[in-house]
Write a new protein. Structure first.
Length: 69
């Protein structure tokens, strides 16, 4: 039996949706892409990968804040 990780499937969908030209997208298509990306974020957040991304973004944000002082 083949199992598919939903987060990986959504990441693939996002990759192919974002490869298209921006001018060719309708407003409805933009909303759908945003919802898919939001769902991907919700799926990744509690995983170790999601925690790693959060740590990197936290360090980046603190570095930018300190650099602006």
């Amino acid at each position: 039996m083949l199992t598919i990780n939903v987060a990986v499937l959504l990441a693939i969908i996002v990759f192919f949706r974002l490869r298209r030209r921006t001018q060719a997208r309708s407003r409805n298509e933009e909303r759908t892409t945003a919802l898919i990306i939001l769902a991907l974020g919700v799926l990744l957040a509690p995983t170790p990968v999601g925690q790693g991304i959060q740590d990197v973004l936290t360090q980046l944000a603190s570095g930018v804040t300190q650099a602006s002082r």
